[in-house]
Design a protein around this ligand. Structure first.
Ligand code: EPU
Length: 427
């Protein structure tokens, strides 16, 4: 186990490259199962979650070549694939639930281990099951596995999701492309990653319209063919660097970042003392060394403020001028960062799904622990605005979602290194 060692004081300055989105790459890998043959994905991030998804696809019978340094994954999908995703891998990667839709579509059956709840909430699967049932699958839980069976194949349907769940939208989308007839999915999630998956499916030969809006229509086809596709840039990584620049009073060009995918977050930064300008290669975030102002923020499904940036908004408000209320509306238990920020001296108090934060100009370095990917990134950024040394344990969480995090921070002038976590005390 490793931890990050962060020496406070640096303003993030320079340029940073954003590569493909974790939350698209993993789904595109799963969607590749829909077409026999060799599919090639580029701009894939070099992260642990991709390695785990590659292993999951291999266990289903695919050949997978993953070159992290080149950002390329090639997947050879045989005519016959397995349809069981074991607990051992699913527990390491909750996103593996996204093989459910493609497996039912291709194999007419899928057994996918039920992922455990994780550190950000219970994260039910009822909407995934509801969507597949509407397409004609029988879905039940058996010995810890979500079992979906559609011996006669899937049939298009009108489906309205109660909540625009990202994962449920993706599973319905991926299952319905090979269903008989037309599917109309209402109250669908609108995230850029959904659009990326829909574009990919169209390149595979699927008929999908309306992705990026609340209504997606899918006309089923008999078969799909492999393709080559570049993963959409990671808006959450881009947002992390934007918050990193604003929080440390720095000046960062986010190369490859798409400002239009981050409007809600960037507008808040701009309204509160940070400049954001488009550049030829992305966008630049700077506040010229001035302390930014605190802002109230409430997370919402896209195009609202992303829940994945909420821990970053907490770290920002902990050092901004003024007070702020941060409200979490997407995951019920995504406030583990608060107690760790408090260890750094932040004045933050949880009240239900709100956090009240009063900004301190500086925090003070301390040992803290990352509970998930985004909490980890937020704590490293907070360590940069803390006096002295902060250690962030649980580096593996950050590795799941951020490629070359230490290198990129060092490239922006931060004094951040990795070191082994001391062994736990045993009496
Ligand atoms: N929900 C249900 N039932 C369902 C599905 C979802 O109750 O069947 C609830 C969840 O419990 C949660 C809310 O709906 O409270 C949102 O869940 P959603 O399905 O939209 O999210 P997800 O697909 O599980 C993806 C990302 C998350 C990101 C969310 C929201 C992946 C692998 N994960 O999760 O990313 O926070 O969408 O945008 O795509 C991360 O990258 O660190 C991360 C957690």
């Amino acid at each position: 186990m490793e931890r990050f060692r962060v020496v406070g004081g640096a303003r993030l300055q320079g340029e940073v490259q954003v590569v493909g989105a974790k939350n698209s790459a993993l789904k595109l890998m799963a969607a590749s199962l829909l077409a026999a043959g060799r599919t090639r994905l580029t701009n894939v991030p070099a992260i642990l979650d991709v390695t785990i998804m590659a292993e999951l696809l291999r266990r289903l019978g695919c050949g997978v070549d993953y070159e992290p340094a080149e950002g390329v994954v090639e997947i050879d999908v045989p005519e016959q694939i397995g349809h069981r995703a074991d607990y051992e891998l699913v527990r390491a990667l909750r996103a593996s639930i996204c093989v459910l839709g493609p497996l039912v579509a291709r194999c007419r059956a899928a057994d996918v281990a039920v992922p455990g709840g994780d550190a950000i909430g219970s994260r039910g699967l009822d909407l995934h099951a509801f969507g597949l049932q509407a397409l004609g699958a029988q879905v039940h839980v058996h010995h810890g596995y979500l079992v979906a069976e559609a011996p006669d194949g899937l049939a298009g349907a009108d489906i309205r999701l109660e909540f625009p769940s990202v994962g449920a939208t993706e599973n319905v989308l991926m299952a319905s492309v090979l269903a008989r007839g037309t599917t109309r999915l209402t109250n669908a999630a609108r995230e850029p990653e959904i659009v990326d998956i829909a574009d990919f499916l169209v390149e595979l030969g699927a008929k999908v319209h309306g992705a990026g809006t609340t209504v997606i229509e899918i006309e089923g086809v008999d078969a799909l063919h492999p393709t080559e596709h570049a993963v959409v840039p990671d808006r959450i990584a881009a947002g992390t660097w934007a918050f990193g620049a604003a929080t440390t009073r720095g000046d960062v060009e986010v190369v490859g970042g798409r400002a239009e995918h981050l409007s809600a977050a960037l507008e808040l930064l701009v309204d509160n003392g940070t400049s954001v300008h488009p550049t030829d290669r992305g966008f630049r975030v700077t506040n010229d060394g001035r302390r930014p102002h605190a802002f109230d923020v409430a997370t919402l499904p896209y195009p609202g403020f992303p829940t994945d940036l909420q821990p970053l908004a907490l770290a920002y408000n902990a050092v901004a001028e003024g007070s702020a209320m941060v409200t979490e509306n997407v995951f019920e238990a995504r406030f583990r960062t608060v107690q760790e920020l408090a260890r750094l001296g932040a004045d933050a108090r949880i009240d239900g799904h709100h956090v009240m934060v009063h900004g301190n100009a500086r925090l003070s370095g301390a040992p803290v622990e990352a509970s998930d990917i985004r909490a980890g990134a937020a704590l490293v950024i907070a360590g940069l605005v803390a006096d002295g040394v902060t250690t962030v344990s649980g580096a593996h969480h950050i590795d799941r979602g951020y490629a070359r995090f230490t290198d990129l921070l060092q490239g922006l002038g931060a004094d951040v290194t990795r070191e082994p976590d001391p062994p736990p005390y045993v009496s």
